[in-house]
Design a binder for this molecule. Sequence first.
Ligand SMILES: Cc1ncc(COP(=O)(O)O)c(C=O)c1O
Length: 296
Amino acid sequence: MISANPILQPKKTFPKEVFLNGEWINSEKAFVSVFDRGFLLGDGIYEVTPFYDGKPFRLKDHLDRLQHCLNEIQIEFDAFSLQEIMLEAVSRSGFFQSDCAVYIQITRGVAPRTHFFPEQIQPTVLLYAFPAVLNGFENKQASVLVSEDLRWHRCDVKSISLMANIKANNQAHSLGLDENLLVRDGFFTEGSHTSVFFVKKHRIFTHPEGPHILSGITRKVILEMCREMDLELSEKALHINELKDVDEVFLTGTTTQILSVKSMLLNEKEIFNRPETGEITRQLQEAFLKLIRSLS
Ligand SMILES: Cc1ncc(COP(=O)(O)O)c(C=O)c1O
């Protein structure tokens, strides 16, 4: 068995307090009804926003995505009404001089259980800051599993119903691997909690936006950086048969940043092996580091 990379395991703790339905509450005293549709049906969405040295990164993009998801599942709520509370969460948490992230979850709320959306229902809103390890990614590499993408056809909605994602991730984790890259109809979509990029003959490939991937905010930053750096880019899905011509693979995400992939395992066979971080991945990592450390 390959041993899990301890650097990639984030430190997990409960926050001391949470913002729940309009008030700050000691997290030990924060409760949600057993009839909340998030609990009963997974009827809700979530968002994770990074803060570097206490400063938000791409806050508007994260709130825009949250609003997109709310609209798609027809929960009437103004995502931007949480902007100040996110900043407050970080300053109250004591993590404002270090790296952290803010978790937001909005469910449809509490109602007798039905398959249709009940009317006149108040959404349940939860928000809290948590410490996150957002450094050193440029010195690490990931080993990943490859498996079939068994998720629904609305992966652009950041749903709290994450069963297919967590099952895939757990499969990788139980093998001591860092991520599970998902393949739908022969094409790589994304990881269980990351976006994925491939470099083939100096051209960068990533799955186009749409219902089969989450529109990653880090993915968006990478696309912007590629344009600024004049790197060749195609928002085109890579077929698994093309992997033999791939020189570099990297993962991106809010808490993953830009992580080079060193090996890929499919059906117990290694199908990709690059023990060194590739040149283009390295260039993007350097540009990303400059970006996050120059936040004001
Ligand atoms: C399925 C999936 N894809 C991609 C990402 C990366 O998105 P972002 O860069 O916005 O964190 C995530 C992050 O949670 C995810 O869950």
